[in-house]
Design a protein around this ligand. Structure first.
Ligand code: ADP
Ligand code: MG
Length: 697
């Protein structure tokens, strides 16, 4: 049967070389199998029609039978539009926004009976359907509940519109009856009430009822996610078995002393839990690769420090890498201060450290005197050699610079353990899937007593009140960030806005009473650092900046974050920016300034920000709005090649499928039982065919 399914598509009855070529080019359908897995994107009930007179805006999608009575063209060039007047026995409606307008005009005749499908909305007192699907009424058509496939203009022209695709599926499904192998073991099928594979593949294309289509979809999504997760788990297991890691079997004096005597507060439950997870990793003899997620201020750094002390207590060295010199310096200063009573040698290595000062650091690392090194990526250079590096912590890694991992691994005979910390939460289901080779820990609890940041969404007409509010905050001795968007496509314009904003602020907040800093990407790094430092030290009260401040500086005295043109930022970026305030004891505020008219998605982003401070909740909304491709970078999601499941919409199912895959591995670790034969064959194909993108990520 497998061979049959691999038959080139042109050999299917009703296809042939010409259509076959088009199917390959336009939809990537090369074989029978590809067609079988070309799932419909929705269904319609072809026996139910609406009447124009009854439209009331309540129906989400409508299907109407009638005729086009005339076409009108308006506008010129790119704004040229085609409108059709469509009539049934009860009224008229406009059809607008055609894809492939010329084709529509050519192939549809005035006064011919057709059916249209789409979303009806009211515009200027008249109903219209934009981007309607239009098809001729053919008495031979199957009635009732039907699958709808997406097609393209070229395929349409060749007779392969949605209906055409339906038609070529008929002989394929006919031949497949009784031939489709089950791949999911029976116990899992029973547990999750999955219909058989054959039934699902038939029903997804030719369901009799909506419920049948839904159940078929569920079964196929489950299968897809189940095999994806199983593959990830197995890959991870393989890497794990191959990898060797240092064992830190002692708690050690450094940790004990610091933990019992020098932390002025109780660790949160989440911090304790994560620390336990890390300690467990240190004891396995395998290499740790752990992602630590937690909102800004949730206390990740402390967990990192305690982990480093575990390394030190076992006679290893540890290093922490921050993305910028300023951040590294802040880490260095706070770690040095905290470790003061312990007499543990800590050093800082960043680009600006002079040559003559580097030498002793290099020596100290080599002879093991320096236990903890804080720095930027500079510390990955080959000249930096350790005596015995056991743990590397990477802080605030937005995108995974995993290219750096191999460089770290060279720092010792056995690669040091790696802990990656990020304040940009990724929904669990995505983390599970995209960081397949990482273990994920989450700090989902804030230290007690934090005041949550108050967020407001304002429009231009509140500007003068906003300035008043800024003055009040500054009078109380606080500091203010004002952030402007900057993207490549509109760089010049964005810089102009930033400079205009800076001038306006400088006029309204004049020297000498007020000092205003500006930082942007065009400045030299030293100048940026200089200005940033003035703000950190409190010499300036207002920081006007592009998103360069996004990454983690700590200015506890800053209590007000104003984000200009906030509608142009993504949700996670907004959340990240907001995290720059609320770090001290004072009530902090975040003001989102937007244009008066913004899109629905933008409004949803603003509302989400106003509603919640929870990074995980925000990342879920972000996922819904943008889809996993955008969230993770398209390259990665492209590699997943999911045919029916959707990581954004089917998040719950991802976890269920993963649990089922885990359970299978517990019961049959090397997948050799008879009942798992199907699973084994799919898996071995997957392991052969896909590059290990968990590593490439
Ligand atoms: P993150 O790195 O996650 O942004 P930090 O580790 O910098 O957060 O912690 C933010 C602040 O909270 C620091 O001043 C830290 O000392 C403090 N902190 C950390 N853990 C706790 C705790 N359990 N109770 C009280 N304060 C804490
Ligand atoms: Mg931090």
């Amino acid at each position: 049967m497998n061979n049959f399914l691999m038959t080139p598509i042109e050999y299917l009855s009703g296809v042939g070389p010409m259509k076959g070529e088009l199917l390959k080019k336009e939809l990537g359908i090369y074989s029978f199998k590809d067609l079988l897995e070309y799932y419909p994107f929705r269904y319609v009930n072809r026996s139910e029609f609406h009447e124009i007179a009854q439209l009331d805006g309540q129906q989400t999608q409508v299907q109407i039978k009638g005729k086009i009575t005339r076409f009108r063209e308006s506008g010129v060039g790119r704004s040229k539009r085609l409108t059709a007047t469509f009539q049934d026995d009860t009224g008229t409606i406009d059809l607008v926004g055609f894809k492939g307008a010329s084709w529509i005009k050519k192939s549809l005749k005035i006064n011919e009976m057709v059916q249209v499908y789409g979303k009806a909305s009211m515009f200027n007192g008249k109903w219209n359907i934009s981007h309607p699907e239009i098809s001729k009424i053919n008495p031979d058509d199957r009635k009732g509940f039907q699958a709808v496939y997406s097609s393209t203009e070229r395929l349409n022209t060749a007779g392969l519109n949605s209906k055409g695709i339906q038609k070529i599926l008929v002989p394929l499904l006919e031949q497949l009856k009784g031939q489709i192998e089950e791949l999911i073991p029976e116990n899992i099928r029973i547990d999750h009430r999955l219909m058989s594979r054959e039934k699902a593949l038939m029903s997804i294309h030719q369901p009799k009822t909506e419920e049948e289509a839904r159940n078929a979809g569920f079964r196929l999504k489950f299968e897809e996610l189940f095999f994806l997760q199983l593959e990830l788990l197995v890959r991870k297991k393989i890497t794990m078995q191959k990898s060797k890691g240092f064992i830190f079997d002692k708690v050690g004096e450094a940790f004990n002393d610091f933990y019992s005597n020098h932390i002025p507060f109780e660790l949160t439950g989440a911090q304790k839990r994560v620390l336990k997870e890390i300690r467990k990793d240190f004891s396995t003899g395998h290499h740790m690769n752990r992602l630590l997620q937690g909102d800004v201020g949730s206390g990740k750094t402390l967990v990192a420090l305690l982990s480093m002390l575990l390394a030190v207590g076992n006679d290893f060295q540890a290093a922490i890498i921050a993305p910028t010199a300023i951040l590294a310096t802040q880490h260095y200063e706070s770690i040095k201060e905290m470790l003061e009573p312990l007499s543990i040698e800590v050093e800082l290595l960043i680009g600006s450290v002079k040559k003559k000062d580097r030498k002793p650091i290099h020596e100290g690392l080599k002879d093991g005197r320096i236990k903890i090194l804080v720095g930027t990526h500079a510390l990955l250079e080959d000249v930096v050699q350790f005596k015995n590096l056991g743990l590397v912590v990477i802080d605030e890694q937005h995108r995974f610079g995993v290219a750096q991992r191999p460089r770290m691994w060279k720092k010792n005979v056995i690669p040091p353990h790696v802990l990656i910390m990020t304040a940009t939460p990724i929904p669990r289901t995505l983390a599970m899937t995209f960081y397949g080779d990482l273990d994920v820990s989450v700090i989902d609890e804030m230290p007690p007593g934090r005041k949550s940041i108050k967020t407001m969404h304002k429009y231009e007409d509140s500007r003068s009140r906003l300035f008043g509010f800024m003055r009040d905050e500054i009078d109380k001795g606080r500091q203010v960030y004002i952030v402007y968007p900057l993207i490549q496509e509109s760089e010049t314009l964005d810089y102009n806005n930033l400079m205009d904003g800076f001038e306006a602020i400088s006029r309204s907040f004049p020297m000498p009473k007020y000092q205003v800093s500006i930082v942007n990407g065009k400045m030299k790094p030293e100048d940026k650092d200089f200005e940033m430092n003035r703000f950190v030290k409190g010499e300036t009260q207002i920081m006007v900046a592009t998103t360069v401040i996004e990454v983690g500086v700590n200015v506890p005295n800053a209590s007000l974050m104003i984000i200009e043109s906030a509608e142009r930022f993504g949700l996670s970026q907004l959340h990240q920016l907001r995290g720059r305030v609320g770090r001290g004891g004072e009530q902090s505020y975040c003001i989102l300034m937007t244009a008066d008219k913004i899109s629905r998605d933008s409004l949803k982003r603003m509302k989400t920000m106003v509603r919640t401070n929870d990074g995980f909740e925000i990342s879920e909304v972000d996922l819904q709005l943008r889809g996993p491709g955008d969230l993770m970078g398209t390259q990665q999601s492209g590699d997943l090649n999911l045919k029916i499941a959707n990581l954004a919409k089917d998040g719950g199912l991802v976890s269920i499928a993963r649990d089922a895959a885990k359970e299978l591995l517990v019961n049959d670790p090397s997948i050799e039982k008879e009942e798992n034969k199907g699973v084994r064959s799919v898996l071995s194909e997957l392991l052969k065919s896909r590059p290990n993108w968990g590593r490439i990520a």
